[in-house]
Write a protein that binds this ligand. Structure first.
Ligand code: ZN
Length: 105
């Protein structure tokens, strides 16, 4: 299980959500990489029961994900997924953008 994020081909920065150009180096060539796990930094419980988490990935990227399965504590490593129906334990779901690979066949 993993989630897809954008990687700058020039400086290797990881980006999410997708960008038209890299905010670090200004280049506009990207690939995608599969990110396996993120570390929970902080969680927020919404009134409807949804749990959101700020996650940090290796490489410095931070992103907001929805936790599925159950709650996680800060410092815990959780698997990432683009599948909103992922089951079996705690997962961090991040939506995939339809234009993520717009330059690739
Ligand atoms: Zn870059």
């Amino acid at each position: 299980m993993s989630a897809v994020v954008q990687e700058c081909l020039s400086c290797r920065s990881l980006l999410f959500p997708t960008r038209l150009f890299c905010p670090v180096c200004g280049e506009d060539s990207f690939s995608t990489v599969a990110a396996e796990h993120g570390t929970v930094e902080q969680t927020t419980n919404l009134s409807n029961g949804t749990v959101l988490a700020t996650l940090s990935l290796n490489g410095g990227l931070r992103l907001i994900a929805r936790l599925t399965g159950s709650e996680a504590k800060p410092g815990q490593s959780v698997p990432l997924t683009n599948d909103p129906k992922a089951e079996s334990g705690v997962n961090a779901y991040i939506p995939i953008h339809s234009n993520l690979n717009e330059d690739q066949p």
